[in-house]
Design a protein around this ligand. Structure first.
Ligand code: R5P
Length: 315
């Protein structure tokens, strides 16, 4: 019987994934948790179930990644020692994907190195809206035997259409075009994309496209908001241009520090996110995407054996 292995701080989304797996799979999955103890010096002691089945999927969303990557690099080889033959990582949010090039000499291309760590530890990866900009596929970033990138864009587009019928979906920068187009297509909403120049972590400029937005409802849609400054700058420009409302839909609600306050101060009304990162704004559960995708991947791996494949599974 395949096992879903999760950490106690992500029990709620793991339970939702288990329910989705039960709906999608002929064979029932079970759920178990990794017990964690933090020693006074900050090191982890992890304890897994002492006997594991051949098929194990580890659920870990990688916000607050520095701690969690260490957990994964300890838990994955331990899982193999305890019986796992095939090990999946279900990471709804995949960290370190934005540093995909050396912008100054000597700068570490974190995406490549984190990708190699994960590929060495796992046989397969399922994630949602990974920030792939200068690389074409998830498998290039994480060269694991099976790499599947799902997208929540259509679900967020549907939610935006339901809450703000006829809204304009605006991507705040060129990189968001991929998600905005999918969302707009799925929900039948008009789309547009702004241009962004980043000067620093919290210092961005956003230029709106040449569109008349006076009196319109606009939903800013992006893969993630971190400091919230990208969204805040876009929202302020939209408000200044006379929009009726500005709301926000993001896949990954990282929302560090005063992000939410900065967005609200710029004129943002409602904020909707998926549950890839637990947050009060979560409005779209990902389990209905993740469960069938994990089940399909497990089955296709069983049929094709250990061949190197990758795909973009868009829903
Ligand atoms: C980068 O292009 C991403 O899609 C987001 O736009 C960016 O990470 C948002 O960062 P922040 O919220 O810190 O402006």
């Amino acid at each position: 019987m395949p096992l879903l292995l999760a950490f106690d701080d992500e029990a709620a989304p793991a339970q939702r994934l288990l329910a989705a797996l039960h709906a999608a799979a002929a064979e029932p999955w079970t759920l178990a948790f990794v017990a964690r103890h933090r020693f006074p010096d900050g090191e982890w002691r992890l304890r897994l179930p002492p006997e594991l089945p051949a098929e194990v999927a580890l659920y870990r969303s990688l916000h607050q990644p520095n701690e969690k990557l260490v957990e994964l690099l300890l838990a994955a080889p331990a899982a193999r020692e305890l019986g796992a033959r095939r090990l999946w990582l279900v990471a709804p949010y995949l960290a370190y994907m934005r540093q995909d090039a050396a912008f100054t000499p000597g700068e570490v291309v974190s995406q490549r190195h984190v990708g190699r760590w994960l590929a060495a530890a796992f046989d397969g990866l399922i994630t949602v809206d990974p920030h792939l900009h200068r690389v074409g596929t998830l498998a290039e970033a994480v060269p694991v035997a099976e790499a599947h990138a799902l997208s929540a864009a259509a679900l967020l587009g549907a939610l935006a259409a339901q809450r703000r019928p006829g809204a304009l979906l605006l991507g705040p920068d060129e990189e968001s075009a991929q998600w905005v187009q999918q969302a707009g297509h799925a929900a039948g909403l008009e789309t547009a994309v702004a241009r962004k120049v980043r000067h620093g972590d919290r210092d961005v400029e956003v230029a709106l496209p040449p569109l008349d937005v006076r009196g319109r409802a606009v939903v800013i849609l992006d893969d993630m908001a971190s400091t919230g400054r990208t969204v805040a700058r876009a929202a302020a420009a939209l408000r200044a241009a006379g929009t009726a409302s500005v709301d926000v839909a993001v896949t990954h609600a990282l929302f560090v520090g005063d992000a939410l306050a900065a967005m609200q101060a710029a004129g943002v009304g409602e904020v909707w996110s998926t549950d890839s990162v637990p947050h009060a704004s979560n409005a779209v559960p990902l389990a209905p995407l993740l469960g069938p995708a994990l089940q399909r991947s497990v089955r296709s791996f069983q049929i094709s054996g250990n061949s190197t494949t990758s795909s973009i599974l868009r829903k």
